[in-house]
Design a protein around this ligand. Structure first.
Ligand SMILES: Cc1ncc(COP(=O)(O)O)c(C=O)c1O
Length: 409
């Protein structure tokens, strides 16, 4: 049995008050909090072995290099990648998606081609494709989202016909919807397309196996999985990375430079120009250790139970006053609940909650096409993680009543 109260106690931020009330953090889809162990691992790195990597010949430089390469191996094992050389460190998921677009897309897409995405993508998986499409002239096709929060896959074959890439989120950051990645990968491959999976909301919350998914690319971001800001991951199959041109140029990514040109380093370093984020990699490795000790199946179980409790409690307490978007079945979704409450603007909801120390996000959640489909300009969004419990949901449900008292007419 996991001691969830002991886990919560590992997060120093949660020991504070905000506006005079104990801080209740319900915004982990935005960024997660960090356990003391991650903070200590990063401080310890700076206190003991800080040095630039891959180029130093002295003791602490070797240790720093071992630290970043050890972190790479840990990331590879966490997603069941066949090899750690398939793991590229980036600044965040956004940079990883831009890397796929600029490098793979730049080399492989042109007029007459198509890339398929969905209406539930984060802007990070939309804008890079818009930018490239306007230069290269390929078509961007959209999988629609149904009223129940699931993808409309009725015309999937039509959309994939002639497409070179399906780039899609494994879990929506607005609806919580878990998408059928294995099925989508099979469909993409049957049409000769590759599949890039945006795992930013999925990898922190569910056991991830890139091989079982059938993915060609997986993108995620360290700060949503208890790790630090400033590190993201692009995983891709080795032969795909080998064939891709470099993304950014400079130090680290070359084998040789002459007045006439340069030769590129081996993968993954070919894609890691300049000094990398060593302390952040150490922090991410500590976060992975922490999650592994709990067990990703336990993490998921806790979140399904808490999501079920939240859906039930909010409905019981607020009935028709609250509209919660996304799948109604907790097993088909993650712990992300976007809602509209009693004609109160989501920013007003967030402000009232803030007065009680409750942190939620209000706005379009960087998913404007989806919000247009939902027919709302903004929602309030609660997103759960391992340090949340039923008391957080109870306080949320109770405080919402105050928003209604103040703002509804
Ligand atoms: C589904 C999804 N993709 C991509 C991102 C972008 O992550 P980052 O800002 O770390 O690059 C987010 C962040 O909210 C997200 O939810």
């Amino acid at each position: 049995m996991t001691d969830w109260a002991a886990i919560k106690a590992d997060f120093p931020v949660l020991k504070q008050t905000a506006n005079g009330a104990p801080l209740v953090y319900l915004d982990s889809g935005n960024t997660s909090q960090k356990p003391q162990r991650v903070i200590d691992a990063m401080s310890n790195y700076y206190e003991t072995i800080n040095a630039n990597v891959h180029r130093g010949s002295y003791d602490i430089a070797v240790k720093a290099t071992d630290a970043i390469e050890g972190a790479r191996q840990k990331v590879a094992a966490f997603i069941n990648a066949p090899s750690s050389i398939e793991v590229v460190f980036t600044k965040n998921a956004t940079e990883a998606l831009n890397l796929v677009a600029r490098s793979w897309g730049g080399a492989n897409l042109g007029e007459g081609d198509a890339v398929v995405i969905s209406e539930m993508e984060h802007h990070a998986n939309i804008v890079p494709w818009h930018m490239l499409a306007s230069e290269k002239g390929f078509e961007l096709r959209w999988i629609s989202v149904k009223d129940d929060g699931h993808l409309d896959l009725s015309n999937l074959d039509e959309l994939l016909d002639g497409a070179k890439l399906l780039s899609i989120t494994a879990m929506s950051n607005v609806l919580g919807t878990l998408n059928p990645i294995h099925r989508l990968a099979e469909a993409a491959h049957a049409h000769g397309a590759l599949i890039a999976v945006d795992g930013s909301q999925y990898v922190p919350h569910l056991a991830t196996d890139v091989q079982a998914m059938g993915a060609d690319f997986l993108i995620f971001t360290g700060h949503k999985m208890l790790g630090p800001m400033g590190i993201g991951v692009l995983w891709a199959r080795e032969e795909i990375l080998e064939a891709m041109p470099p993304f950014l140029g400079g130090g680290e990514m070359i084998l040789n430079v002459t007045k006439e040109g340069f030769t590129t380093n081996e993968v993954p370093w070919k894609f890691e120009a300049g000094t990398p984020m060593v302390a952040e990699a150490v922090g991410l490795a500590a976060a992975i250790d922490y999650l592994n000790e709990i067990g990703m199946d336990e993490v998921r179980k806790h979140e399904v139970e808490l999501t079920a409790y939240a859906l039930r409690t909010l409905k019981e307490r607020h009935g028709d006053k609250i509209t919660i978007h996304g799948p109604s079945e907790p097993a088909e979704r993650g712990g992300v609940l976007s809602f509209v409450y009693d004609q109160v603007h989501p920013h007003d909801v967030a402000q009232v909650l803030d007065q009680k120390g409750i942190c939620v996000r209000a706005g379009h959640h960087c998913a404007k096409p989806l919000l247009r489909t939902l027919g709302v300009p903004a929602t309030s969004r609660v997103s759960l993680y391992i340090y949340n419990d039923e008391s957080d949901i109870d306080l949320l449900a109770e405080t919402l009543t105050e928003a209604s008292d103040i703002f509804s007419f």
